[in-house]
Ligand binder design. Structure first.
Ligand code: FES
Length: 680
């Protein structure tokens, strides 16, 4: 043991070294690159630097820690303990000095770069590294003999106490500088943003200000907008809110919104104003709901497809409606949130827009790439973000490819005869008995299946109102598995299938899921038109994936990740029966939940993550489906259920499909495999 240069080991990082006796724990942490937080710069005010000193023998580290390894509790710590309370054994790292060999634990709440916790099965932790953080500075008082401005002395203090270059002070903050300095006794807390050309002061408070700084992670979808109020230091979501995208009234899908902009002078500006107003309203609402001072919301991260991105920025998306699909800008951007109409939060809050990948592949796909990190995977992974437009990524450590495919809104229940959005009363799960061809189902908002006792009572007066995206996918897949639909997508007649639920409708057939008379509502059926709509959507999705596989020169992928809020509800088996995704073992299909939203949250809380995705996006190879001649071939072949030519061996193993053909007056088909009852 050395009493001149004691050894110090920090846990859990394991970082170690020797420091001169008398060094504070905070100084030692800085010297050794240990992540120990501090807002007050070591003045014993913020308590962010709390540590837990170890005692006794640490054979693993080869260190024995004496009782007096750290200086005794000093007045600052005692005062803090009396006023606010220090947990037993805890010390303030900026006050405790190292006198002998020491082992110091840094608890998670004292780490500046805490991990953004991921819920996904394959957890990939991301360290927080926010662009804006609080910073306490003690500024020298003005001196008649050495005249200088308050801002200049503030900047001198920043250089001296935080080793920072001069910070820019916007005009909205400057008038508050002098009162804050005087009220705070020449001590102020700054919200300091790391801008591209140096620090920027976003806000100023007299004395020590300790409310957490927050940000908004916004996933701007063409149908829905989701917003997550997030603690910038921890990455924790404090509250979430969502709304329909108000631009829907100008057009359901992206191309109809581009057309609206083309056909109507001022149309793009109308759509810009509508979405900005909704974002601002959502931001104000979520702050109120969470009881957070809107002034503490200082960062925003936004993801969206190229059309959403351009309209939000006030850029006419007309160029995105035609080849070569030129983007006005594809790079990430940082700008005042107020410039995007988000004025209800801190007036100087900064908005970060993730980079776009290509004319049809947006910042939402970049956010999915940030969240799922295919570039770190040994397995060749196909990531599908299913929405009105499907964003598709295929890659591993060697290469990542991306494209988008126009699936249309059928997967969201639109263009379906009894379709509706996922809301209480919508059928979301369907099972059809392959013997009796009788269906049973579950609706959103009710735990029971339709054949469970008490279902009607549990359902409530609103009854069954329609079928949502996951429900129609399961219904069509179950019809295929039960031999009610053939490989070309044709519904058989009652005579062909042996089920009275198959009823003629013009020259085609439909399958009755629920007779309206039973519940006092309307009939809910799957029509031939519904199946065609699903076939078109799934063909677009599969063809996009196939194009990327062609580029990689592969026929198979190792894993499939279903992203998007809707992806979370798709049953992998049913998706494969329909041929929405390539054939892989079912246990290699995973749902990633709202990966675009997660990516936005990661970018919100980490400057390093922003730089990482900006770098990765440059490397992602873009495939433009609209001009790829093979897309049409893949699209046509993918029309069959599950596919006209691609083998689906894994699917055949777990769910052999009946060989039926209703096009040539074919008869009731024979199953390729044994009949089975599937679990609920
Ligand atoms: S660094 Fe603020 S109390 Fe120690």
């Amino acid at each position: 043991m050395s009493r001149e240069m004691p050894r110090v080991v920090f846990t859990p990082s394991g970082k170690r070294g020797q420091v001169p006796v008398g060094t504070t724990v905070l100084e030692a942490a800085r010297q050794l690159g240990v992540d120990l937080d501090s807002v007050c710069g070591g003045r014993g005010i913020c308590s962010k630097c709390q540590i837990l000193p170890g005692r006794g023998a640490f054979p693993k580290h080869g260190v024995t820690v004496a009782e007096d390894a750290l200086s005794p509790l000093n007045d600052v710590e005692r005062r803090y303990d009396e006023k606010r309370g220090l947990a037993p054994g805890r010390r303030l790292g900026c006050q405790a000095r190292i006198l002998a060999d020491a082992v110091i634990d840094v608890p998670p709440e004292s780490q500046l770069h805490r991990q953004v916790v991921r819920k996904a099965a394959e957890v990939r932790a991301v360290a927080t590294d926010p662009a804006t953080r609080l910073c306490l500075v003690e500024v020298a008082e003005p001196d008649l003999h050495a005249p200088s401005g308050d801002l200049q002395r503030l900047n001198a203090a920043l250089a001296d106490q935080w080793d920072l270059p001069p910070a820019a002070c916007p005009l909205s903050v400057l008038p508050r500088l002098q009162p804050a300095l005087r009220k705070g006794g020449w001590t102020v807390t700054l919200a300091l943003h790391r801008g591209p050309s140096g620090p920027e002061i976003l806000d100023i408070w007299p004395g020590f200000f300790e409310a957490p700084l927050c940000g908004l992670a916004i996933d701007l979808g063409s149908t829905t907008i989701a917003l997550h109020l997030t603690d910038l230091a921890t990455g924790d979501v404090i509250a979430s809110a969502g709304a329909m995208n108000p631009q829907i009234r100008f057009g359901e899908d992206l191309m109809s919104r581009v057309s609206y902009a083309m056909m109507n002078p001022g149309g793009a500006a109308e759509m810009t104003a509508a979405v900005r107003a909704t974002l601002d309203g959502l931001a104000a609402g979520i702050a109120t709901e969470a009881g957070i001072d809107p002034r503490c919301i200082v960062e925003v991260a936004l993801v969206g497809n190229p059309v959403m991105h351009h309209l939000l920025l006030g850029i006419d998306p007309v160029e995105l409606g035609q080849a070569p699909f030129a983007l006005a800008t594809s790079e990430a951007a940082t700008l005042p949130a107020a410039a995007l109409g988000i004025g209800s939060i801190n007036p100087e809050a900064r908005a970060y827009l993730l980079p776009l990948i290509a004319g049809h592949v947006g910042a939402d796909a970049a956010a999915v790439a940030l969240s799922e990190a295919p570039e770190t995977s040994d397995d060749l992974t196909l990531i599908v973000d299913v929405g009105t437009n499907a964003e598709i990524l295929l890659g591993d450590r060697t290469r990542v490819l991306a494209c988008s495919s126009p699936t249309g809104p059928a997967f969201e229940g639109a263009q379906i005869s009894s379709g509706q959005r996922a809301a209480p009363g919508a059928i979301e799960r369907v099972r059809i008995d392959p013997e009796t061809k009788e269906p049973r189902f579950r609706v959103i908002g009710c735990e029971l299946w339709s054949d469970d006792p008490g279902f009607a009572a549990a359902l409530g007066p609103a009854g069954v109102t329609g079928i949502c995206g996951s429900g129609i996918i399961e219904a069509v897949a179950e019809m295929r598995m039960a031999g009610l639909v053939d490989g070309s997508g044709l519904i058989g007649s009652a005579a062909q299938t042996g089920s009275d639920r198959c009823r003629p409708e013009g020259r085609t057939q439909s399958y009755l899921l629920l007779a309206g008379a039973a519940t006092g509502g309307r009939d809910i059926a799957v029509t031939q038109g519904d199946i065609r709509a699903i076939q078109l959507a799934k063909s677009a999705l599969y063809a996009g994936a196939r194009l990327l596989m062609d580029r990689r020169g592969v026929d198979r992928v190792d894993r499939v990740v279903l992203a998007g809020a809707f992806g979370a509800h798709i049953s992998p088996l049913h998706a494969m029966v329909l041929g929405m995704i390539p054939d892989v073992p079912l246990d290699r299909v995973r749902s990633a939940g709202n990966a675009a939203g997660t990516g936005a949250r990661i970018a919100l809380c980490s400057v390093a993550a922003r730089r990482l995705i900006e770098e990765n996006v440059r490397r992602i190879e873009k495939v433009e489906t609209a001009i790829e001649p093979r897309f049409q071939d893949h699209f046509v072949a993918a029309n069959a259920l599950p596919h006209a030519s691609d083998p689906f061996p894994e699917l055949a193993r777990i769910a052999p499909l009946p060989r039926v053909d209703f096009n040539t007056g074919g008869s009731r088909g024979k199953s390729e495999g044994r009949r089975r009852r599937r679990p609920r």
